[in-house]
Design a protein around this ligand. Structure first.
Ligand SMILES: [Zn+2]
Length: 250
């Protein structure tokens, strides 16, 4: 029994554990339950979800690319008990479709994950736990993202190169906005008002801004650095293309 519980702690799925110890799956579950009743929690179900990095499990790369964008924008990892990491993404309460979308991305990247939602001032914090979030987001480290270097690993770059639009969606829908620029201009002696839509991405990390520009280059959308922390997409064709690729924030 101790050996089976140790394997369960190490993340061995119940079915394999049962086979290894020559007992029924429900016996493994009962042993774990018995331990939990005595205040000794063992073997959590989230250990059993295999990792794309450690175990070669399949990864929904399109969803991952977008979740990576959200993570770099408004996400972070925290370390829980027993080597489990919590992925938290904060998003404005107003954007209901995006909140649903983040939950769905979380469960597509961690199949069987059960995200939970907590309300904070003006925003929702969407969280899902997994031992392997650190494998998928190796950019995790102490301190704020803008105080450390954020470099994608080659396998992450390959995923974003294959799916740049979802990555941009995650970035712009978390740390970006689409604004209307109003300008006043004389036409034949009469002042006229024009409104131009513009996408703007704001992040304090120079590395994350560079990743945003790199992904915009991948989809041929022209950008400019409009201010020390801002990247702007303001040509008519560029805005139209970005609207088509990432949709409006809802
Ligand atoms: Zn892993």
């Amino acid at each position: 029994m101790d050996s089976a519980l140790r394997d369960s702690d190490a993340g061995l799925p119940d079915a394999l554990n049962a086979a290894r110890h020559g007992v029924a799956i429900k016996t493994i579950r009962r042993w774990r339950r018995d331990y939990q009743r005595r205040g000794l929690p063992r073997g959590q179900t989230h250990c059993a979800v295999p990792c794309p990095r450690c175990d070669g499990a399949p990864l929904d790369e399109r969803s991952y690319s977008e979740l990576l964008g959200w993570y770099l924008g408004d996400g972070h990892l925290s370390r829980g008990r027993r080597g489990v990491y919590n992925l938290h993404i904060c998003n404005d309460t107003r954007y209901e479709e995006n909140n649903e979308r983040i939950l769905s991305l979380m469960t597509r990247v961690k199949p069987g994950g059960r995200p939970h939602v907590r309300r904070s001032t003006g925003c929702l914090i969407l969280t899902v736990s997994w031992k392997h979030w650190r494998c998928l987001f190796p950019q995790h480290g102490p301190g704020h993202k803008h105080t450390r270097s954020i470099v994608l690993q080659p396998w992450q770059r390959a995923i974003v190169e294959a799916h740049p639009a979802p990555f941009l969606r995650g970035l712009f829908h978390s740390d970006g906005c689409r604004v209307l620029n109003r300008v006043r201009r004389p036409v034949a002696g009469v002042m006229k008002y024009y409104a131009y839509p513009r996408w703007q991405f704001t992040n304090y990390s120079v590395d994350i801004r560079e990743l945003c520009c790199w992904a915009l280059d991948l989809v041929d959308v022209p950008w400019r650095q409009s201010n020390v922390h801002h990247i702007s997409v303001s040509t008519r064709a560029g805005v139209a293309r970005l609207d088509e690729l990432i949709g409006l924030k809802r």
